[in-house]
Each structure stands twice: as structure tokens, then as C-alpha cells.
Design a protein around this ligand. Structure first.
Ligand code: ZN
Length: 135
């Protein structure tokens, strides 16, 4: 079951510049910044009501974020849905013909298990499923 839009991911060239822009826009400062080495990305999070904005800057030229910006420029990168049980949801989407970008959930930023759904199978939008890791 999909619970809500957990966050929107925005690809940016420079996280410091974008942090300043979004702090001004939203009237709050970023509450967390995290380096996800497995994805070659620096992330920064803002709270917006029940959802979040995640800014992403690639840390190497071949990172997925840097490649996205090369192709499309800065902008909306993905929509993340919070799910109750990520393995169940992955199984369910696979059965319905969606292409998942990994066979198993991966550890993402913000204490989450994540899995991406290929944009080709979701009307051109990269979809992230995420489930909070219970402590
Ligand atoms: Zn995300």
C-alpha cells in the first residue's frame, strides 16, 4: 500500500546555492544533509508539511544525478512514495509489468530502504518507493 508522497527529489548543480534558494522559498532551513556514497550524491532535506523536498547534487561526473543534469538540466528528478512494506510493493509492481531498477531494496538517504521504478514504465517519471527503517 502506498501511504503518501514522502518527498520530491530535485536534481541541482550546486547544493549550497540550491539550499539558499529553497530556504528562501520555503521559509525554513534545510534540516539535514547527507552524503550517500553508494549513489555518489549529496542530499539536503527540507520539511514541507507532511512531505519533504530532497535536493540532490552528484559528487562525480558519472553519478546518476550528474548524468541527469547533463541530459535534462536541473529540475524535478523523482517522486518518492512511502510504502508500508517495500518488498511486497516491489513484488506487486513487478507482477503488474513495471520495471524496477534493483531486485532488492537499497539503503538510501534519510534512514530509508528504497527502490526505483524506471521512468519508461511510469509515464516518464522516475518513481522511488521508500520505507522507513525501524530502529
Ligand atoms: Zn529520493
Amino acid at each position: 500500500m502506498i501511504k503518501k508522497i514522502e518527498h520530491l527529489g530535485i536534481a541541482v548543480k550546486n547544493i549550497e546555492t540550491a539550499n539558499a534558494v529553497y530556504a528562501k522559498l520555503l521559509g525554513v532551513a534545510s534540516y539535514k544533509s547527507e552524503n550517500v556514497e553508494s549513489e555518489n550524491v549529496i542530499t539536503s532535506f527540507f520539511k514541507v508539511g507532511e512531505s519533504k523536498i530532497e535536493l540532490l547534487e552528484g559528487t562525480s561526473a558519472d553519478s546518476p544525478i550528474a548524468r541527469f543534469i547533463d541530459k535534462k538540466g536541473e529540475g524535478l528528478h523523482h517522486i518518492a512514495f512511502e510504502v508500508e512494506d517495500i518488498e511486497k510493493e516491489m513484488e506487486n509492481l513487478k507482477k503488474q509489468g513495471f520495471t524496477l531498477l534493483s531486485d532488492k531494496p537499497k539503503r538510501g538517504a534519510d534512514n530509508k530502504l528504497i527502490c526505483f521504478v524506471h521512468p519508461k514504465s511510469a509515464s516518464g517519471v522516475l518513481i522511488e518507493l521508500c520505507q522507513e527503517i525501524k530502529k
